[in-house]
Design a protein around this ligand. Sequence first.
Ligand code: GDP
Ligand code: MG
Length: 457
Amino acid sequence: TTFADKQYRSPIICILGHVDTGKTSLLDKIRNTNVQGGEARGITQQIGASFIPVEAIKEQTKSFAEKIKMDFKLPGLLLIDTPGHESFNNLRSRGSGLCDLAILVIDIMHGLEAQTLESINLLRMRKTPFIVALNKVDRIYDWKPCVNTDFKEAYKVQSKSAAQEFDYKVKDTIAALAGQELNAELYWRNKDHRKYVSLVPTSAHTGEGISDLMLVVMQLMQKLMLDKVEFTNQLQCTLLEVKVIEGFGTTIDVVLVNGTLNEGDKIVVSGFNGPIETSIRSLLTPPPLRESRVKSTFINHKSIRAAMGIKIVAPGLEKAVPGTSLHVVGPNDDIEKIRAEAKREVDSVLNDVETSGIGVSVQASTLGSLEAFLNFLKKIKVPVANVAIGPVHKKHVMNTSIMLDKDPKYAILLAFDVKIEESALHAANEMKVQILSDETIYLFEEKLKKHFGAIKE
Ligand code: GDP
Ligand code: MG
């Protein structure tokens, strides 16, 4: 094929950052400024994602067009709708990240916070390129709101003191990022995207810099990562969630990153009790935006091409593991090989434990979050003896209690964003096994320091 024949898929874009920095608001703003004016401009709601077509992005960035003369090659952007670490962690394939580019949101008034650092670690672990949205610029003292305006235009009309405060905050953020060994620069001053992270000032409330953000994402993808988003028939599909839906039974929500899925395709997904073999009964997406108010039925598709967020209906999905890959079994494929691969993917994470058998117990809700959590424990040098995915049951507490004899400081069970059954709590109480639970990695750091610190004394 010649260059002109190349087809591209939409890049997968995730939004990460500390709580309350404005991740959800930014996502809403990106969608809404595009939907404004009564026309949806082809924005479609997908399962767990929003598709922003290139026409909408052209329209939104047209004020830059003369200066920049960009030739848009990508069909659009697929924004992952659940901002935060969960989706990012589960957009994985054999340990590498499937998110093409991330937007790390930092509150310009707060600078780097605990989950900002956690996000940076996750991005590093998955080798995911990212830019920073320096959000809430409208909160700078005396800032004059310039609704949905390109950032530099908005900056020009600010008072001297507001502009100065903005400059200081940017300097502080750049210095703080340097402390994390990251070179950063305001995006229009960034001459080398491979060495410097671009900062894009935004307001999810008044809309300054939203056009800049879209432009920078598009430019980066096209300038440096075009080969990564070439459409191929090599299937890349990740399972994000398992959900029971009335009338459909157990369904799986997936992101189809590359390739094509068809109704009737024979598929293999990883299960808690081994690989699951089934076939696709329906491929579903939500109804078009304008009709969604009327009735929330799904649209059926015979075939879907990447990149897309899809709900799959198929029998036997109850035990499917979120964060694992979906495989299609073609007519010439060796099913045993594919089953082995599906099993290996889960085992590679579940077997990532101390051979000595001495260490803490860990439990997480999905394979992706478990992998991220184990990575964090490695970093802070906490050995791990037992791992599991899913709610904490009595048997898990019993497993942990073995450590009471071997090395009591490790008789703790770390429950990362999972439910703890009542019976497990009782058992823990009786056996004097400690359960530490939380929904974010950074909160565990403090708890573990306390736990091990108290023991050392
Ligand atoms: P998330 O936890 O990162 O998803 O943050 P949210 O989007 O839920 O926002 C947290 C709070 O900050 C909410 O009260 C938002 O209205 C507010 N917020 C978000 N973005 C902005 C912004 O750009 N400017 C201002 N002034 N407030 C914002
Ligand atoms: Mg949110």
